[in-house]
Design a protein. Sequence first.
Length: 380
Amino acid sequence: MRTFNLPDLGEGLQEAEIVAWHVAVGDKVVADQPLVSVETDKAVVEVPSPFSGKIARLFAEAGTAVPVGSPLADFDDGSDAAREDTGTVAGALPTEDSAATGGGKARDIPPPSPLRRAGHKIKATPGVRRLAHELGIDLAIVGPTGENDQITEDDIRRAAAALSVVEPAEPLKGLRKAMAQRMAQAHAEVVPATISDEANITGWQPGTDATIRLAEAIVAASGAVPALNAWYESSAQSLHLLKRVDLGIAVDTPEGLLVPILRDVGARDQADLRAGLNAMKADAKARTIPPAEMRGATISLSNFGVLGVGKFAQLIVVPPQVAIIGAGRIDEKLVLKDGKPVAQKMLPLSLSFDHRVVTGGEAARFLVALVADLARPGSA
């Protein structure tokens, strides 16, 4: 009998959720046959069988979260040998070399600690804590109104009343949980700043692909001001300027935000970029995109204007990146030309950056270069 444990999927995760089993107890399987699909924080991953044999036991049902290293399945291989644990190598996902310079590997960001009220000590008397326990109220979600931020019994009852008219709380998992952790890490670490401007795109030819033109303009701006196409390693206080632009593209999905990467944007033509973007978005929405294709972005783009709302935004910079560009809704605006008001098509832009390593001047020059490139007529 052999036991196959959930392998380390290479994402620094502590657990994965069982999506679907591709085998049942009693089935005979061969090595590398699809065994189970599991959901990580970024994708649904198919884990192959590590060896051949008969399925004797499945340890977890679909929908169950399984810690890395925990047993997934028992295999009856026909031998009388004692149960042997495996899984540390079999089924592991390969890592990919996706760094933008020198062939080095993109660095994974270690997952942050679970969300909590950072730097804030919860103050409550034993009686208040007992009442919270009786009513099932987590003190971390209660807003204190007592002296010196003390939580009172009224605060507990008010929270209980509010929760009584809402749906029961459900723990975050999968992509939503990862998004919460990543945003909390970015908020705790990055010193954010944002500047905004508008690009006059009246000269664009009909049918111009706005997202692709934005990607090309980001390449041009990164060439003019390399400081924003970079990774900052805060633990070592070192900045890595990157020559190649691997552009993270924010994709909205029902499960949460994904940011797959459009690789080496500057070396590809518009048709190739659009084909790659279409495939990338389809894979992201189907949750079939390989995890390696969401690691190693050098700078990011959120084209939230395609949703039809919003002009400017304060965006979240996710380490180790130091900048993200937001594109708002394209509108017409009256602009004085030769003393007369003329309707011009304007693209709102927001540039959020990590002020620990990017100066205001560098950010301003980057945005100027971005606006200037977008003003070119270009091609459809």
